[in-house]
Design a protein around this ligand. Sequence first.
Ligand code: ADP
Ligand code: MG
Ligand code: MG
Length: 883
Amino acid sequence: PQYVYRFGGGVSDGGKGDKNLLGGKGANLAEMASIGLPVPPGFTISTAMCARYYEEGEAFPDSLRAEVADGIAHIEGVTGKAFGDPANPLLVSVRSGARVSMPGMMDTVLNLGLNDQTVEGLATVSDDPRFAWDSYRRFIQMYADVVLGLDHDRFEEALEIAKEDRGYFLDTDLTAEDLKALVAEYKGLVEELWDKPFPQDVHDQLWGAVGAVFGSWQSERAKVYRRLNDIPGDWGTAVNVQAMVFGNMGDTSATGVAFTRDPSTGENGYYGEFLINAQGEDVVAGIRTPQYLTRAAREAAGAKPLSMEEAMPEVYAELAGVFDTLERHYRDMQDIEFTVERAKLWMLQTRSGKRTAKAALKIAVDMASEGLITEEQAVARVDPSALDQLLHPTLDPAAARDVLTKGLPASPGAASGKVVFDADTAEKMAAAGEDVILVRVETSPEDIHGMHAAKGILTARGGMTSHAAVVARGMGRPCVSGAGSLSIKGKDGVMRVGDREVQAGEVLTIDGSTGEVMLGAVSTVQPELAGDFGTLMGWADKVRRLKVRTNAETPADCRTAREFGAEGIGLCRTEHMFFDAGRITSVRQMILASDEAGRRAALDKLLPEQRADFAEIFAVMAGLPVTIRLLDPPLHEFLPHEDAEFEEVAKATGLEVEALKRRAGELHEFNPMLGHRGCRLGVTYPEIYEMQARAIFEAAVEVAESSGAAPVPEVMIPLVATAKELELMKAVVDKAAEAVFAEKGRRIEYLVGTMIELPRAALRAGEIAEVGEFFSFGTNDLTQTTLGVSRDDAARFLGVYVEKGIYARDPFVSIDIEGVGELVELAAERGRATRPDIKLGICGEHGGDPASIAFCEKVGLDYVSASPYRVPIARLAAAQAAL
Ligand code: ADP
Ligand code: MG
Ligand code: MG
């Protein structure tokens, strides 16, 4: 098989369709070359080689050597330089590149091919000995760090000392002679730390770097990143070997990164940063403060150093042309890396740029209006889960705030939390349920788990394209970067701004949309949901077939959900209403009653309360279907614990505290999840369901009369395993309904149905559908009972299960399509066979998960039901599932 694919110099063995094989970077380099953009020549070793490399025990097959030799010959042919040639040396970069961009992967090695001979040649051909020795110095340092894994700090120290000894301030103050001495010192360091001399053979250098790229696929960093982002371990990475171009050849050279539109706001304008006389990742590493790309951006920021538009107008104009070409070609916003070598522009990377949810919406809507993409493509473009970022509150503009300092608005949204200075602590505190803000001088891939755990990220260094900024935007975490006035002493657990001090554990608020950093918590307001959001959701609603309902039981939640576009309630859990302060005593009285008369006395007190609850909900949901689940949880969840609570119940009932305690003890269950709960409560104490049904119908009639918009109650019986259970419970509900209709002299439409949340119910769905008029798949319990896994105890092992690939994703987050999904499919089929018009929905947590929604579309359910804040996500996911 072929493993090496060339690009550049008029050749492109691959293209943008080959991401799986060539990785994103390799595929797009080939694509750019094929549409005539200036790309330094190179070749890609495919991802297939990565798997092969591990199969062979971390070694390369012989056939690869010949292919790589051809690849090098290709680069030599195009550049007219030769690899390892002391007279005119070819230098290359070795770059990792998986299908999707992965910060956990190996860092790029630049300037590979330099040794004690070729450095002299480079000095001669470039006419610049300083540049040659600086390149060699950088190469040894990078190679030692990235490929050999030697202690990076030792090299940094040596560099610092070299400057200090000579009284210099900047790296660029070092002369060729100084750098030559530093190179000697670096080589000594390599020998000391590695026990072997720095490799002088350029081919050894190359294979070492290629091996390091493949090796980094299994690094801890990469594994963590894959786990957090659901990236399969068998994808592998590709390796790109490419002729070097030099942005560090003086004042007509530069390196930069850019977006074709603003990745934060989506504004249609070029956006980026660059540095004159710099190489590689100097821009993102925050070593010097980068300069703006456009004059407008520089002026808006009030910055002095000239923008690229001003400093290099001709190259800038060419670059702007490339941006337009790329956007028209890819029909998406691009994230670009480029280098200018002595006024000649070179493209080093392009990819669809990561963006905030706000930018994703704006760009999708704008591009559809510009005619670049269709409305349906726009709908397909936006990641539904990302909408979450937009739906959550932002800082209240009117709230008082104590602004500590200001940094760059690197990732929008507001967050408050306790200050934490390292990623591990952030993760620990978040696991314990605390909100934290991770504060770092700058972040690196080792911090990813902490960034994920944090509510927000604050850094002292780094620009808008720094690691912290890019990763935070990808994760949807608010981030303020480059807050230069912060002095962070993480080890001492303190940071300072001027004469103010903030200790670890104190609360900070950051606003990633303005860059403000505030002491203490600042209150928030709901976001505006008009504009691009409304436009895109409108397009989504045109394509989707699935209806979207919400899981809600308070009028406030119902209102939020309606604003977000809910088309009814899919799950109203009545038990939550029982916990209210005023009624818990009556609920306890009902539970602890020793006979039906005692229970009825308590239920009579609860009836008006429940009726009022339902009336309010029906009023908010005017005319829309409302599925109400009758009492479900094990009764002992409501039991009193404190003596004072028992005394209160004793007072209400006239019973002895001791007797009540005995009765409470009798209610103890060994496995309440499978105990006396769900319809088993209704079977044993029908009066409970009778009261609830009465409350529902009295409220429904009342609202129908007062508002004219008759609600459509769908009474749902939980935890049914057999048709007989449902039959008995339906009789109780129907009887209550008839009684109410007779009393009020008015009928309303209603349905009685059941949750399908036990495997037996799914299997016997045909029979159950003879009684039930709708099914709602309660996939939380169905997952527990099908997998035999208790959700509350799963945390201890489920993570390992997902890591080992036993389940691809947490089955409580994303439905287990093969197992639980098969039961859903089968129940839907059997239910429809009995009752063709049976209404089918899903009300588990899965109703808000895009992958699970796609499954619901496939099975042909009528609706999904999600928590209020996930309703828009479900609408968009349902549209995408229908496309
Ligand atoms: P990452 O995936 O971390 O972005 P890249 O492989 O894109 O890593 O390399 C990082 C940077 O190194 C690039 O943005 C570019 O500035 C520099 N670089 C990579 N290859 C070359 C090259 N052939 N010539 C000059 N600079 C390069
Ligand atoms: Mg990198
Ligand atoms: Mg890159």
